[in-house]
Design a protein. Structure first.
Length: 451
């Protein structure tokens, strides 16, 4: 571990180096014999994370050390362990929860209450305050490429153990099926919620079919599990999300709030691993379903994650979005209008205007004023005046004498000249001493007249 080499740093302390050595070398069996030392090591490790960021410390060893402190019979040591765990949560978020499932349940509740008060720091925002040189500088640059410090930890292969649960989770007896779900969750927690994606195709196929079971309690259990599965697989979940996302999202039409809330939490976990834009692409087409619950939840989710719309494939779903504007529910129409406003900002109003042509005149009359409100101002006619630094030429185009002055708009220019905007497709250049102003209009013509 390169922090042991103090010669490679410009800013470092012997105490912090010592804390890393203690974390790696302390025998957990002897932890009870030196409570003061353990508390000091926890404090120094916390300082190390704050100064060097969590990217450059032995994460698993440090977490294991903190867990040993949590299990101490000495109150001051437990407090130090909690303080260290809070710092881990600040930088790792919910990922840390998978590492503490084996500690005292009461202590878990205490930690969870503390975690709820913490604002998680994004990995890219965590800045290392230590300056490195020599070989250490190269090591730091290489390690910094890992956006998630836990990515360096191994992932477990649970495929063989998962197969043993298939008979239970496919049982028609909901109690037996619930036992199967509990066993699957135990596989995740026992492996610190870090698993490989290989060999789980059959499991994912079964889960897909179970996301729509009629038993609401069992349905919530499967919904909750697929969210946990996504977290446990990490970025590798991209292999399976397409299989599960649509049947999962269909549960947003359920009348029970608990089912919908569980579904939204799972979708958020999907988005954390594969990107919200990919989940957005799944949700947009589902707006064809006229369920008021589903339309409300999807619109709210997309508006909450509106920053992803720029990466979503919106155009194929334009007609679906227009259909939401015709919903019987006023609140849903309002949500649809808000969503369309964000979509027009991304793709423009053109696709929406074109889609109107296939609708009945009565519907066009209803929808067109809404779309017109959000038409980009950049699509309106604009006048551009460009100055050219070249000598005055005695020759130039003559002003048009055929313009219909009754339909012209006069715009004053320097030198008591005017621009008359004419509907005819003609463009002109007006000469003015000692420079030339070239007037270009893209969608209307211009004629210049000397007054």
């Amino acid at each position: 571990f390169f922090f042991n080499d103090t010669a490679t740093t410009e800013i470092y302390t012997e105490q912090i180096v010592g804390s890393v050595r203690c974390v790696q070398e302390t025998d957990p069996k002897n932890i009870k014999s030196n409570p003061k030392t353990i508390s000091e090591v926890c404090a120094l490790t916390k300082k190390l994370i704050e100064v060097a960021s969590i990217k450059f410390i032995p994460v698993k060893e440090s977490i294991d050390f903190a867990k040993q402190a949590l299990n101490s019979t000495t109150q001051s040591v437990r407090v130090s362990g909690i303080s260290l765990m809070k710092v881990f949560y600040q930088y790792l978020g919910e990922q840390i929860v998978g590492f503490i499932n084996d500690i005292n349940p009461q202590l878990q509740k205490t930690l969870q209450a503390e975690f709820e008060k913490i604002t998680v720091v994004k990995t890219q925002e965590a800045q290392c305050q230590i300056k490195f040189r020599g070989e250490a500088e190269s090591d730091v640059k290489a390690d910094a490429k890992n956006s998630n410090p836990l990515d360096v930890l191994p992932r477990a292969d649970i495929s063989k153990e998962a197969e043993k649960t298939f008979k239970k989770i496919t049982s028609n007896d909901w109690k037996v099926a619930k036992e199967g779900i509990d066993e699957l969750e135990a596989l995740l927690t026992s492996n610190n919620n870090r698993i490989q994606t290989t060999g789980l195709t059959d499991l994912v196929g079964i889960l897909k079919s179970k996301l729509a079971v009629s038993n609401k309690s069992l349905s919530r259990g499967f919904i909750s599990y697929v969210g946990k599965l996504a977290d446990a697989m990490g970025p590798g979940f991209k292999t399976y999300y397409r299989v599960l996302a649509t049947p999962l999202a269909n549960n947003l039409s359920d009348k029970q709030n608990l089912v919908r809330n569980e579904t939204l939490q799972a979708l958020d976990k999907f988005a954390n691993q594969v990107g919200p834009e990919n989940i957005g692409n799944v949700l947009l087409p589902l707006l064809t379903n006229e369920s008021p619950e589903l339309r409300t939840e999807i619109c709210n989710w997309l508006l909450k994650n509106q920053s992803c719309l720029g990466k979503c494939d919106i155009k194929p779903s334009v007609s679906v979005l227009i259909a939401v504007l015709q919903d019987k529910n006023k609140e849903i129409r309002h949500l649809g209008e808000q969503l369309i406003e964000q979509c027009i900002a991304v793709v423009g109003s053109g696709p929406f205007s074109n889609s109107l042509k296939d609708l009945k005149p009565a519907v066009q009359k209803q929808v067109k004023p809404i779309l017109d409100k959000y038409t980009k101002t950049s699509e309106e006619p604009q006048v551009e005046v460009t100055r050219h630094s070249r000598p005055l030429s005695s020759q130039g185009p003559k002003p048009s004498s055929t313009s219909n002055t009754s339909s012209q708009i006069s715009i004053p220019l320097p030198g008591q000249d005017t621009i008359d905007i004419d509907p005819k497709p003609v463009s002109y250049t007006h000469l003015t001493l000692p420079t030339i102003y070239s007037v270009q209009i893209s969608v209307v013509a211009v004629s210049l007249k000397k007054k």
